[in-house]
Design a protein around this ligand. Structure first.
Ligand code: HEC
Length: 265
């Protein structure tokens, strides 16, 4: 109601147009899925088809795509597109309609805020779309996400060297102990003594995207072949009673606080 009060005639008209295109876009998507999706009303709000089909991919091919895509859409969308562009060819829908480029916002730990690095964020979106909901006994997507977070934190990144790197100079490798963009890129910048805007830092992040895409496809292939075993063994919540990573002392120094414990009522 308040909205209506402050909207002038032009504003109101504009709002209608926005709503109109939104409805049109949704309709177009529905018809493309032809039959897979039903209108929300008919299914009690459940319109999604999930999980999505997977076909075995080549890790190195995927890494190459991610490396090159980084220069177009940055880390998160590059990792998503490295897998989904291939599945578009091999599988078709729903990959054809999936707007991977929308995930360009994952760049810089989400629009430059230095939170989760876009590479693991993108990888985890892919793993969970392919493997599906977290169901007791079959939550491999969730495990793959945890594996990716831990692998990313522990690996000397980048692990993958592209076939034709844009920079031929040596790119140092660093261990972040954290999936946070700020920490990962910060530790690397310190080791390399290179600025955020340097071509070296950019190529490092493109290679990190490639490395993550490679690891992701290795795990997805294992899962697809039925011989997946989780490589992760860390849960901050279980071990420390608070969500987080294992680099407590990076921020707290020697004085890591103890979280409150459950009190019996
Ligand atoms: C990226 C930096 C960072 C990391 C890594 C980190 N913390 Fe924190 N943590 C903070 C900040 C900042 C606060 C808020 C502190 C405050 O308000 O006093 C906090 C708060 C907490 C609190 C609740 C507030 C308190 O002081 O009791 C606990 C408990 C805690 N952290 C434990 C941990 C543990 C355990 C780890 C490692 C498993 C960890 N933290 C890793 C930054 C970090």
């Amino acid at each position: 109601m308040k909205d209506k009060e402050i909207l002038d005639e032009k504003g109101l008209a504009r709002r209608k147009i926005l709503v109109g295109t939104g409805a049109l876009a949704a309709g177009a998507t529905l018809s493309q899925f032809s039959g897979l999706l039903k209108p929300a009303a008919a299914t009690g709000g459940k319109t999604e088809k999930w999980p999505w089909p997977y076909k075995k991919l080549d890790p190195a091919e995927t890494a190459e795509i991610a490396y090159n895509e980084w220069y177009r859409v940055f880390c998160g969308a590059a990792v998503i597109n490295s897998v989904f562009s291939q599945l578009r060819e091999k599988v078709g829908e729903p990959y054809v309609s999936f707007p991977s480029d929308a995930f360009v916002f994952l760049e810089g730990g989400q629009v430059g805020w230095g939170t989760i690095c876009g590479s693991p964020a993108g990888a985890n979106i892919v793993a969970n779309l392919i493997i599906g909901p977290r169901i007791a006994g079959a939550d491999a997507g969730h495990f793959i996400a945890a594996d990716i977070m831990q692998w990313y934190s522990e690996a000397k990144l980048p692990t993958y060297t592209p076939r034709k790197p844009r920079l031929t100079s040596e790119i140092p490798t660093t261990t972040s102990d954290s999936p946070l963009c700020h920490i990962s890129v910060g530790k690397w910048m310190k080791a390399a003594d290179k600025a955020l805007k340097s071509p070296e830092r950019k190529d490092r992040c493109a290679r990190v995207a490639a490395s993550t895409a490679y690891r992701l496809v290795e795990l997805l292939n294992q899962w697809h072949a039925g011989d997946y075993e989780s490589t992760g063994d860390f849960s901050c919540a279980a071990e420390f009673g608070i969500t987080g990573q294992f680099n407590c002392m990076d921020c707290h120094g020697a004085d890591v606080p103890e979280p409150p414990v459950m009190k019996k009522s």
